[in-house]
Ligand binder design. Sequence first.
Ligand code: ZN
Length: 483
Amino acid sequence: MKEKFYVTTPIYYVNDKPHIGHAYTTIIADVLARYYRGKIGKENVFFLTGTDEHGAKIAEAAEKNNVSPQEFTDQISTLFKEAWKNLEIENDYFIRTTDDDHKKTVVDILKSLKEAKTPQGNDVLYEGEYEGLYCVGCEKFMTENDLVDGKCPDHNKEPEKLSEKNWFFKLGDFLPAIKQKIESGELIIYPEGRKKEVLGLIKQGMPDISISRSSKSVSWGIDIPWDDDQKTYVWVDALSNYITALGYPDGENFKKFWPADVHLMALEILKFHTLLWPAMLMAMDVELPKSMYVHGFFTIDGQKMSKTLGNVISPNELVEKYGAEVTKYLILSQFSFGSESDIKVEEFATKYNADLVNGLGNLVNRVTNMVEKYLDGKVDINIKDADLGGEEIKQLRFREALLTIWQIIKKGNGLIDETKPWVLAKDESNKDKLKEILEELTNDLYSVAISLKSFMPKTSEQIINILSADKITKPEKPLFPRL
Ligand SMILES: [Zn+2]
């Protein structure tokens, strides 16, 4: 077992309010963190999330809303914090790229990159002329290949032609070393298809990346310390958060938790995380993260999530309807990590009734009711498996972990239907058999409750309290009320 565990979500860009896609990544980080806290102790786990707050797009959005960029980012960042609080997410730290500590460390990182050499002995950073098509929405220069009918497909807007003096990062010099780390498994990229994609990009060769922008085109950002006319490219600023949050280079948390065990991310930021970030770290002589887990694009009931379609779901709405723990269950149980991620909102109510009301809730009711009635509330507890789905959680197979737990729930309800303990109870000669069945049911339910801790901590605690009482009694209210 690991001795420490450090998990990160991407920092979310504040041009958008928190939606269900952000919620998914944050929920899985939360499950991982809770799982490892249970295994290696709270003090040995660090779970980081936060918000990415610089760039032209943010300045534009602030202007549209008639507030300063700082006021704007304060507002949106608060929305993220509130959404995670509603979902009962327990992150250890929330970083904002407008934090003074972060900004200060990014300046130090830039200075050290300026001094650094590539494995081939070249300067890591050099001055160059950049000419290209720039999409403000994407915050990046685009190639002709990226465009559809001359427009950015994500923003349906023609990019602007931009030419300017920039500082460049000599990415090409690092690619052989990054390739070696990925192929040797020192840097895990999961799922396998994404790893192949990254190796394909390396094979094809990547252009150097410009890591600064003219202050004229980008005013909201961190100054390049040796060049007044330039602001730091938002990606260099953003990626650095994973170490600035730990107090790089001297902080206790950095010494204890780096390298990250798991960086979680969405598909669209794969390239920056798997190429630029490792190259930056190598240039600074810092160890690489151990793994990057990439999830797919989200769709809602089979359709792309978009403001125009009006199908963007706020996690707050779901929490209001179902509560935090049920919301987390409904989201994680629908699809496997890394696969196509279709959130079937239309099926939530049916799934709630089937899995929680008729599944887990019903089992708790039936078992406790019968133990109270037929065994005077007394059962010997011998827990069989307190880590149902644990192997799956470690592999980030959350849906599969829940299926493993729910198999035991189904088995329990099935055993009750089949053996009809209330019939057995009518005949004194069945006493031992009845006791045996109810003991098995209670112990299985106990295993379920403990194993649910990483997903549904309150529900888990509630069931454990019921089952560990001196005398087991049926709860006064059902755990999951019918909708
Ligand atoms: Zn765009």
